[in-house]
Write a protein that binds this ligand. Structure first.
Ligand SMILES: C[S@@+](CC[C@H](N)C(=O)[O-])C[C@H]1O[C@@H](n2cnc3c(N)ncnc32)[C@H](O)[C@@H]1O
Length: 509
């Protein structure tokens, strides 16, 4: 089945769904050139026709001029928007008011919707989100990769689009992000203190923390731990680490809750270790969560950034890690280690990747950008040998430990920069099948070239960015050495604009 047209040459590095708004506009409406009659601050009415890159929405003026609208709009809305940028062939505007709501709209469940940057699509019905994400993948493949008519399946949606995260990172803040309605109030009129918060860093105001009462994509137990920690430290007046002076005790509260095994970790990152305080906090957490809490770790760091990571780990309770079960495999997750944040959908993603790989018992599989080795380990019983490649030494150690935990003896992991993949091939067995799962930026062009030269029977490309998937698939398929057979989008992050895809790329045409 030939489902593609010949792809164009690969383009330069990409930032988002499209290479830039200009490319998006060239694709959609390149006939409009002179928006001279518009001015900044002007209000326009516009029908939202499509989702665009960088969480913007696309519409056109009656004469065809493209408009990108920022804010919580939806396909099918008629909105009033305020122009803030005038470019040669498009306008950018901010949503001011919904005139006629789209039938795809629903009431957002979260009280923090619109302020917290996390769930930008919670106002859109979930099946409409899935349709929208499939279209984003298909559009990127067509417009960036030149793949017209490639088979893009319906997005594999999450059974429960809420409570799906197995990891949430909250930050303590000594400057609470004030809501619009709070800005004019005097200190004593505020329902919450101004100088204490536990929640998420406010979008675009990194020094402030939006205090979160309840996160609907976290589990119930995570929300109990959040409320317990917030009250415990506020009651004691414990100091919060400042992003300016870097002084103060409390930094982050990371909660990891394995969906299949049910194990729950609280990981509190502080600037020093206070043993009596940590014991008292553990008592309070256990009183709130009972046996559900399986481990508590205090991480200590004096880093100047606010990343939830600590070099020194003190296990206050339990084994110091949790174990998650994906199918018949188990994965140990320690406080700082990487693990896909939606266990149920990660299992689905891995099952699809293994299905697309269609391994034969004698095959050698290369697992590129393997992280903690989960995809390779997941496929190990279907082939003769798995060889994983990854840049991070810590992830390689986790991958080796995960293989051992599951008594997998035919998997090995190599620490390399994929830029140098071609050189590494001198010392490893050649693959029949390659699974590649690069970061958002996609694969380094030298890695793509190495894959073309290796000419495996099949490449399964797992992607978290449709734009870089489209670019790399086009480079792999250029000249007809490979063809893009099918693409399956998988929703690991409901209510956000992120979408994972699994692409099957077959040698020959
Ligand atoms: C999307 S994650 C893949 C995770 C993994 N497949 C899994 O499911 O657990 C991308 C991985 O690529 C690794 N990485 C990023 N740049 C790399 C490079 N230049 N060479 C090798 N690995 C790289 C990251 O450390 C990360 O583990």
């Amino acid at each position: 089945m030939d489902t593609q047209s010949p792809p164009p040459p690969a383009k330069t590095p990409l930032h988002g769904i499209f290479q830039s708004l200009e490319i998006c506009v060239d694709v959609i409406s390149n006939h409009w050139k002179h928006p001279a009659m518009f001015s900044k601050g002007q209000l326009i009415e516009i029908d939202i026709a499509d989702a665009a890159e960088e969480q913007k929405w696309f519409g056109q003026m009656p004469d065809g001029l493209a408009v990108f609208v920022s804010g919580p709009a939806a396909v099918g809305d008629r909105v009033e928007a305020e122009i803030f940028k005038i470019k040669k062939n498009y306008l950018e505007a901010r949503l001011r008011r919904v005139i006629t709501p789209s039938p795809e709209r629903v009431a957002p469940r979260c009280a923090h919707f619109g302020t917290c940057g996390g769930c930008k699509l919670q106002h859109i019905e979930y099946t409409a989100q899935l349709r929208m994400k499939r279209k984003l993948v298909a559009d990127a493949l067509a417009h960036i990769g030149g793949f017209a008519g490639v088979e893009v399946a319906e997005t594999a949606g999450a059974p429960d689009p809420f409570h799906y995260r197995n990891k949430v990172e909250f930050s303590f803040g000594d400057a609470r992000y004030l809501l619009d309605e709070e800005r004019e109030l005097a200190l004593e009129q505020l329902a919450k203190p101004r100088d204490y918060a536990l929640g998420f860093h406010a979008a675009n105001v990194f020094s402030k923390v939006l205090d979160i009462d309840r996160c609907h994509i976290a589990t119930e137990e995570m929300n109990i731990a959040l409320a317990t920690a917030k009250k415990f430290f506020r009651d004691r007046g414990t100091s919060v680490n400042s992003t300016f002076t870097h002084e103060g005790f409390l930094r982050n509260l990371v909660l990891r809750h394995a969906a299949f095994s049910g194990e729950l970790m609280a990981y509190l990152v502080t600037s020093s270790h206070d043993e009596p305080l940590m014991s008292a906090f553990l008592e309070t957490l256990r009183a709130a969560l009972g046996d559900k809490l399986t481990t508590f770790v205090n991480g200590v760091t004096q880093r100047k950034n606010s990343v939830a990571f600590a070099e020194t780990l003190i296990t206050v309770f339990g084994p110091g890690f949790i174990t998650e079960q994906l199918g018949r495999l188990r994965f140990a997750i320690s406080p700082n280690s990487f693990f896909q944040t939606n266990s149920r959908q990660a299992l689905r993603l891995y099952e699809i990747a293994r299905d697309f790989a269609a391994l034969k018992p004698d095959d050698v599989l290369h697992d590129l950008y393997c992280g903690t080795g989960s995809i390779g380990i997941f496929c190990a019983d279907a082939c003769r040998r798995v060889i994983g490649f990854e840049i991070e030494a810590g992830s390689i150690r986790d991958a080796q430990a995960n293989a051992k935990l599951n008594e997998i003896t035919n998997a090995e992991f190599h620490q390399i920069d994929m830029k140098h993949f071609a050189t590494s091939l001198a010392t490893v067995e050649r693959p029949e099948v390659i699974i590649t799962d690069p970061p958002r930026a996609g694969m380094h062009e030298k890695a793509v070239e190495a894959l073309r030269n290796l000419a495996p029977r099949k490449i399964v490309y797992v992607s978290c960015n449709p734009a870089s998937l489209a670019r790399d698939a086009a480079a792999l398929c250029a000249g007809g050495a490979f063809r893009l057979a099918r693409v399956q989008p998988v929703d690991l992050f409901p209510h956000t604009c992120h979408i994972e895809s699994v692409a099957e790329i077959i040698r020959g045409n």
